[in-house]
Write a protein that binds this ligand. Structure first.
Ligand code: ATP
Ligand code: MG
Length: 137
């Protein structure tokens, strides 16, 4: 079954949005097959966001994601990678449609509540980075 990596970022956890976000994916029909609340190390953050290494906001991004716990999840289901991205909305919450997670709850591009793998290749890479095999049912 197709799987993707979804993470509630520090702002989402602090604002008490974990339940709301889990509920949206459950109600859509996807299955939660792995989850953990964790403090992200600098190494993991830098590896996760390696594609943005040269961008001017990279340092801020790593600082933010390591600043307080995140809720890391593995979701499974047909077409879950693409559909989860639709459910999250555009990267910049100001441009994200209402009805999406970022559109409903976010304000700034740095604090945009949630992360989701953007392709099958990213999902495979990120799942192996964040989860051990025995942590996924
Ligand atoms: P994510 O990878 O977190 O799911 P995304 O795939 O929608 O988000 P990316 O282009 O991969 O967007 O950017 C990764 C993250 O970097 C964004 O979620 C956002 O928090 C941050 N980011 C992207 N662009 C900017 C920017 N111009 N200024 C500040 N932060 C940014
Ligand atoms: Mg991305």
């Amino acid at each position: 079954m197709e799987k993707t990596f979804i993470m509630v970022k520090p702002d989402g956890v602090q604002r008490g949005l974990v339940g709301e976000i889990v509920a949206r994916f459950e109600k859509k029909g996807y299955q939660l097959v792995g989850a953990k609340l964790m403090h992200v190390s600098r190494d993991l953050a830098e590896a996760h966001y390696a594609e943005h290494k040269e961008r001017p906001f990279f340092g801020e991004l790593v600082d933010f994601i390591t600043s307080s716990p995140v809720f890391a999840m593995v979701w499974a289901g047909e077409g879950v990678i693409g559909t989860a991205r639709h459910m999250m909305g555009k990267t910049n919450p100001k441009e994200a449609d209402l009805g999406t997670i970022r559109g409903d709850f976010g304000v700034s591009v740095g604090m945009n509540i949630v992360h989701g793998s953007d392709s099958a290749e990213s999902a495979e890479r990120e799942l192996s980075l964040w989860f051990k095999e025995e942590e996924v049912t």
